[in-house]
Design a protein around this ligand. Structure first.
Ligand code: 5GP
Ligand code: ZN
Length: 114
């Protein structure tokens, strides 16, 4: 998807601060961090929202959660705790329509969210 911002990050057309990459997934620091650790973990495959998941995506999304777990440990936020957020569509405030998991940590995070 050449008009998708995150596909262009995957293809390196747009630079980003990449923290992790494998054949299925890429993780990079958010450009507007909301916590000391704020990265985005995305599938390389273009999927607009989590509401668009298909049965064939089960293993991919299981893999993403294992990557998130490893990144949280690597960033040193696993013991105190962290938050994983996926915004889906308009009411949740999704602004980039390529599925992304926000990994947030390094400070106390309020609940309920806004
Ligand atoms: P959403 O609001 O869709 O859940 O989250 C989109 C996120 O992407 C936001 O946290 C925003 O700061 C981040 N973002 C938007 N454009 C860029 C960009 O060009 N580079 C990076 N690294 N993050 C971006
Ligand atoms: Zn995309």
């Amino acid at each position: 998807m050449s008009d998708c911002l995150f596909c262009r990050i995957v293809s390196r057309e747009i630079p980003s601060d990449i923290v992790y990459e494998d054949e299925l997934v890429i993780a990079f620091n958010d450009i507007n961090p909301q916590a000391p650790v704020h990265m985005l973990v995305i599938p390389k495959k273009h999927i607009p929202t989590i509401a668009d998941l298909e049965d064939a995506d089960r293993d991919l999304f299981g893999h993403i959660h294992m990557v998130i777990k490893d990144l949280a440990r690597q960033e040193g936020i696993d013991e105190k705790g962290y938050r994983v957020v996926v915004n889906c569509r308009e009411s949740a405030g999704q602004s980039v329509f390529h599925v992304h998991f926000h990994l947030l940590g390094g400070r106390s995070l309020g609940w309920p969210p806004g």
